[in-house]
Design a protein around this ligand. Structure first.
Ligand SMILES: [Zn+2]
Length: 435
């Protein structure tokens, strides 16, 4: 079994004086490696990368970091210009500018108190609050009254659960669309996402606890920008196989996240997915060392635009840079920064032999805890490959934190509970697959 500190490129440089050697011997084997992981997490989640979305060069900076890392590790590029990238276009709604929201003159905090619906339009206005009467869902008189009410200059407020019910009734749903702003009150945590279109209406999701009872008026200043045919990129490189280079193993992780929430807030996306991106880099570093090179070619892909609907992996499978039928196995890593209650493998039930191998390698107290198998799911970048007939696993860890698609998914609070064990497991898994 590999001691993780051996993975560091220049261990002696870090050690400095030889006297430190004694101290090192007493340290846990993975400490130095975890330092590197933490550094990667801190950089990718930093303000400088703006939530790795499509404004202020967020995705570009993350891609540049990955390409540089691939080059430094000695991975080979697929493109002649050695950029390590595969560009593709996407259209996505973004919020890179001004954002201020006040209820009865009281300012609410972006991220903590409210977020924007992904398709929200911008605007600058003060609007009276109109509360949706849920009787309109069931009683004809109340319904007629609501349908007759002018809403063009109003901010319509309703609980999220009621909103979902309104959407099942076309006439009511259509009427909601008239309001200047639509505010859904969310009783549990605020969970953000991305959309590929922008509507005229401003749409907010406000934490129920942050909404003042019987509030009368809201003021919104919001810049929304639809990025049309924005050029983003997948980042990829490979290590040629030593004796069977035509057989491929592929390791993937998306590096993008949800971007910004106005000028001063962003979604750091530490678990989602700097955890997987950093694991991919650790595996690339390990497998690039002469003693660990595999018989098969290993391809590493950092996908962009996963959060926008698996767009990077969909683009790749439509425009593959290697024959997909040569892929022996693909391993996708997304949300691997916890592990308090083990891990789950999507497609685990579809590939029992590989799942069994993973289980075998995971035995003992040094493992990642229980590993569960799931069936097919369109929930990360393995999916377009699975649909194209490529055998693939998507592995994520369970437990630990509740932060997900919100401003609390931070590097500092990501536990990395089973990270070192997972690295051991995955490096062995890939090595065994290439035997
Ligand atoms: Zn996500």
């Amino acid at each position: 079994m590999l001691a993780l500190w051996k993975l560091t490129r220049r261990p002696l440089q870090w050690l400095g004086l030889s006297a430190c050697l004694l101290t090192l011997a007493a340290e846990p084997a993975q400490s130095q490696d975890m330092r590197e992981v933490r550094r990667t997490l801190r950089y990718l989640t930093s303000r400088h990368l703006h939530g790795r979305g499509y404004t202020h060069q967020g995705d570009q900076r993350a891609a540049a970091f990955l390409a540089k890392s691939f080059k430094r590790l000695g991975l080979l590029p697929f493109d002649a210009a050695a950029t390590y990238t595969q560009p593709f276009p996407l259209t996505v709604n973004t919020f890179p500018g001004r954002l201020a929201f006040a209820v009865d003159g009281h300012k609410l905090q972006p991220g903590q108190d409210f977020i924007l619906a992904p398709e929200s339009g911008g605007g600058r206005f003060t609007a009276p609050v109109v509360y949706f009467d849920s009787l309109a869902l069931a009683q004809d008189a109340a319904r007629q009254q609501f349908l007759a009410q002018p809403l063009q200059t109003a901010a319509l407020v309703l609980p999220q659960a009621i909103y979902r019910r309104v959407l099942t009734q076309p006439a009511l749903a259509h009427k909601l669309g008239e309001a200047r702003a639509l505010i859904a009150l969310v009783p549990d945590k605020l969970t953000a996402s991305l959309a590929s279109q922008q509507i005229t209406q401003s749409r907010l999701r406000v934490a129920t606890s942050a909404w003042p009872t019987a509030a009368k008026q809201v003021t919104l200043k919001l810049d929304a920008r639809l990025q049309q045919n924005y050029r983003t990129q997948n980042v990829l490189g490979y290590l040629p196989g030593t004796s069977r280079p035509d057989s491929l193993l592929v390791v993937t992780a998306h590096y993008d996240h949800l971007g910004e929430l106005g000028r001063h807030h962003y979604f750091p996306g530490a678990n989602d997915n700097t955890s997987g991106t950093s694991m991919l880099l650790q595996l690339a570093r390990y497998l690039s060392q002469p003693a660990h090179r595999l018989r098969y070619t290993v391809v590493f892909i950092g996908f962009s635009a996963e959060e926008a609907g698996l767009l990077g992996s969909r683009y790749f499978t439509a425009h593959p840079l290697f024959p997909l039928d040569k892929v022996r196995f693909l391993l996708n890593l997304d949300l691997v920064g916890t592990g308090d209650t083990g891990a789950t493998v999507v497609n685990g039930t579809l590939h029992p032999l590989e799942f069994q191998l993973l289980q075998q390698l995971n035995s003992g107290p040094a493992g990642v805890g229980s590993i569960n198998a799931r069936g097919k799911a369109a929930n990360s970048d393995h999916f377009p490959f699975s649909e194209a007939g490529v055998p693939a696993f998507f592995l994520y860890t369970r437990g630990g934190i509740a932060a997900y698609h919100d401003v609390n998914d931070k590097a500092a609070t990501l536990p990395l509970t089973r990270y070192a064990a997972l690295f051991q497991l995955l490096s062995q898994f890939l090595t065994r697959l290439a035997h």
